[in-house]
Design a protein around this ligand. Structure first.
Ligand SMILES: Nc1ncnc2c1ncn2[C@@H]1O[C@H](COP(=O)(O)OP(=O)(O)OP(=O)(O)O)[C@@H](O)[C@H]1O
Ligand SMILES: O=C(O)C(=O)C[C@H](O)[C@H](O)CO
Length: 320
C-alpha cells in the first residue's frame, strides 16, 4: 500500500457540461470528473502531497473513468469499493447567462450507500491509520443518512489524524433531513473551511469571528470569494486578499482553495503562505470550465508565495 499523508472521503461524480445555454437546448455534453473531495484529492496530489481518495463507485464505465482519471492525477484509489448494483453518480452543469447551475443524478448512488461499517474495511482502516489529515465535506453528510452516520463515527472515535471539513452547503441535498449532524461535524473538526456567503445561509452569519466562536477553538478559514480569506487559529488571525482573476467558471474553486491551504498546512508553511497557496490553486480552477485544474507551476508558486504584499496585490491571473 502506498504511503498516503492525506485522505479525502466523499462522492465523485461524472460531470457533464453542456457549453452555454439552457439545458433544454443542449445536445452535446463534455464529460469530466467532479465531486468535492475528489477535487481536493487531485489538488493535494498535484501539490506533492501523497494522497488517497476513499469512496464507493458503481462497477460501471463511469466508475472506471473516475478511477483512471484519479490515478492519472497521482491519487491512490486502493481504498475505493465498487458496487455491482448501484451506479456511479452524475451531475450536469448548466451554464446560462454566466452563472452555473448543478443538476444532480445521485440518489441511490454507490457512494450514498457508504455507512459506518465502511470504515471497517481493511483497505480503509489501513489508510486512515497512516493519514496525517482526513478531509471531507458537508456534501458527504448530505448524500444519505448512512453516509452522515459514517462521518459521525469518523469524527467521534479516537483519531491520530487532523480532521478537515469544508461546509460545502448544498440545500437541495438537505430537503428531507435536518442538517444538525453537519453542525456536529464542523464542531468536531480540527480544521474547518467555510464560504462567507454559504455561512450566511447555513448559520445566519458570514462573520468570521462569530463563526469561530460558535464552532469552538480550532482552525477556521472563512473565504469571501474575490475579496479575502481569513484564518483564525488559537495563535491568532491572518487575512490575505484573493488574487485578481479572469474568471471563466467558479465551481470547484473552493475545493482547489482547500487543497492549497491543506497542502501548505501539511508542509508547515506560515499562516499567510497557507492562505496564499489556497488563493493560487483556486485561481487556476477559476480560469477553467472543469471543477479542477492543475495548480500553477512550482516556480510560479514559489515566486508568488514569497512576493511582497504589493506584488501580490498587483498580480493578475488570466484565462489561457
Ligand atoms: N471572483 C473571484 N476572483 C478571485 N478569486 C476568487 C473569486 N471567486 C472565488 N475566488 C477564489 O476561490 C476561493 C473559494 O471561493 P468560494 O469560497 O466562493 O468557493 P466555493 O463557493 O466554496 O466553491 P465550490 O464549493 O464550488 O468549490 C476564494 O477564497 C478565492 O481564492
Ligand atoms: O456539488 C457537489 O456535490 C459536487 O461535489 C460537485 C462539484 O465538483 C463540487 O460542488 C465543487 O465544490
Amino acid at each position: 500500500m502506498p504511503e498516503t499523508a492525506a485522505i479525502c472521503l466523499g462522492e465523485a461524480m461524472i460531470m457533464l457540461a453542456g457549453g452555454s445555454g439552457p439545458l433544454a437546448d443542449v445536445e452535446v455534453f463534455r464529460r469530466s470528473v467532479g465531486g468535492a473531495e475528489c477535487n481536493v484529492a487531485g489538488g493535494l496530489a498535484a501539490l506533492g502531497v501523497p494522497t488517497g481518495w476513499i469512496s464507493r463507485l458503481g462497477d460501471d464505465g463511469f466508475g472506471q473513468h473516475v478511477l483512471r482519471d484519479l490515478q492519472t492525477r497521482g491519487v491512490d484509489v486502493g481504498g475505493v469499493e465498487l458496487d455491482p448494483v448501484r451506479p456511479t453518480a452524475l451531475y450536469v452543469k448548466e451554464s446560462d447567462g454566466g452563472r452555473s447551475r448543478m443538476h444532480y443524478y445521485r440518489t441511490g448512488s454507490a457512494a450514498a450507500a457508504m455507512a459506518p461499517g465502511f470504515l471497517d474495511r481493511a483497505e480503509v482502516r489501513e489508510r486512515l491509520a497512516q493519514a496525517k489529515l482526513v478531509h471531507t465535506t458537508g456534501i458527504t453528510a448530505a448524500i444519505s443518512a448512512s453516509s452522515s452516520d459514517m462521518l459521525e463515527r469518523l469524527a467521534t472515535e479516537p483519531r491520530e489524524f487532523l480532521l478537515s471539513v469544508d461546509l460545502n452547503w448544498r440545500p437541495v441535498l438537505w430537503r428531507e433531513r435536518d442538517p444538525e449532524p453537519l453542525w456536529r461535524l464542523l464542531r468536531a473538526a480540527d480544521l474547518a473551511l467555510i464560504g462567507a456567503d454559504e455561512a450566511e445561509v447555513f448559520a445566519g452569519t458570514g462573520d468570521a469571528d462569530e463563526l469561530y466562536e460558535r464552532l469552538g477553538a480550532k482552525t477556521l478559514v472563512v473565504k469571501d470569494d474575490a475579496n479575502t480569506a481569513i484564518l483564525l487559529e488559537p495563535s491568532g488571525r491572518t487575512e490575505v486578499p484573493a488574487l485578481s482573476v479572469d474568471v471563466v467558471e467558479t465551481v470547484g474553486a473552493g475545493d482547489a482553495f482547500a487543497a492549497g491551504f491543506l497542502a501548505g498546512t501539511l508542509q508547515g508553511l506560515p499562516a499567510a503562505q497557507r492562505l496564499r497557496l489556497g488563493h493560487l490553486t483556486a485561481a487556476a480552477v477559476l480560469t477553467k470550465r472543469e471543477d479542477h485544474a492543475p495548480p500553477p507551476s512550482a516556480a510560479e508558486r514559489e515566486r508568488l508565495l514569497n512576493a511582497t504584499d504589493a506584488e501580490w496585490a498587483a498580480t493578475k491571473i488570466g484565462s489561457a
